[in-house]
Design a binder for this molecule. Structure first.
Ligand code: ADP
Length: 264
């Protein structure tokens, strides 16, 4: 799927003319750079957990067996790193599936309020009761789209709100019809984001604070997944945020995707 522009041009050459063939390789180069960066990023993400696991395996296989507490601690850390690699691989597979434009996406009438009621329960269990979570629903609308993909985009936005909001904070999940458009938003009273980062958040592996993202089980791919799912639904991601106050991530769906049900 490389786009290569070839152009033919007659240029003066002494008293004759010469035919010049040129090609625009800038796009190709850009794609190659992106691919190289991506491979470097994935390798880097895998290297850290593998190093940790490798180190602990060595400790555990030592003849002077560590005491039971150290053993338990090492095993816990090893399974945490394994989970991290599993999430990374799952997110990579999701992204690659979404990027494969040949995949036919099945569309159906998705009952968003019903989906959000389930996600609300999941959000509460994910938060472990550490946040006040509220659900506000417009109950009269269905959305034409892919249930599985929408669900994974919404859960990514919700889990981010939980992960970037300190205990005791508020999180509001809202589905509303605004100016004829369908808007799903997640608002939090979390750490917020400095303005200069906002336009880059949907880039693969872009994180404001790498340490915090990792500590809370982030892969750096969540918003890239959200962006792909939304663009497949001709929807937009809108982000407003104030550092120290909180953020709002809104998925805005065009009116053409809404099915307003009467008499519910
Ligand atoms: P990650 O797995 O690191 O959370 P994402 O792609 O989901 O990756 O998000 C990219 C970055 O955007 C995060 O690392 C974090 O810095 C920032 N971010 C995302 N959601 C929020 C939020 N609700 N509040 C503050 N920062 C956020």
């Amino acid at each position: 799927q490389h786009e290569l522009t070839l152009s033919l041009q007659f240029v003066p050459y002494g008293d004759k003319q010469k035919l010049l063939l040129s090609r625009d390789i800038t796009k190709l180069e850009r794609i190659q750079t992106m691919r190289r960066d991506f491979v470097a990023n994935v390798s880097h993400e895998l290297r850290t957990p593998l190093t940790v696991i490798g180190g602990f395996l060595e400790t555990l296989s030592d003849d002077n067996q560590p005491d039971p507490d150290t053993r338990k601690w090492a095993l816990e850390l090893m399974s945490e790193q394994t989970r991290r690699m599993q999430s990374l691989v799952e997110d990579l597979l999701t992204l690659s599936r979404l990027e494969n434009t040949e995949n036919q996406v099945r569309e159906e009438h998705v009952n968003i309020p019903e989906m959000l009621r389930t996600l609300y329960e999941e959000a509460k269990s994910l938060s472990g009761g550490h946040h006040r979570i509220t659900l506000e629903l417009d109950t009269t609308t269905k959305l034409l789209g892919n249930l599985f993909d929408l669900r994974s985009a919404f859960i990514n936005l919700i889990s981010n709100a939980i992960r970037y909001t300190p205990d005791g904070g508020n999180i509001t999940l809202r589905w509303a019809i605004q100016d004829g458009k369908g808007v799903f938003s997640v608002q939090d009273t979390g750490i917020g984001i400095e303005p200069e980062h906002i336009s880059r958040l949907t880039e693969r592996f872009y994180r404001v604070d790498r340490g915090r993202s990792r500590e809370t089980g982030g892969t750096g791919l969540g918003l890239a997944i959200v962006k792909h799912v939304l663009s497949g639904h001709q929807a937009k991601l809108e982000i407003t945020s104030e550092p120290g106050k909180g953020s709002r991530f809104s998925a805005v769906f065009p009116a053409t995707r809404l099915l307003i049900q009467q008499g519910e």
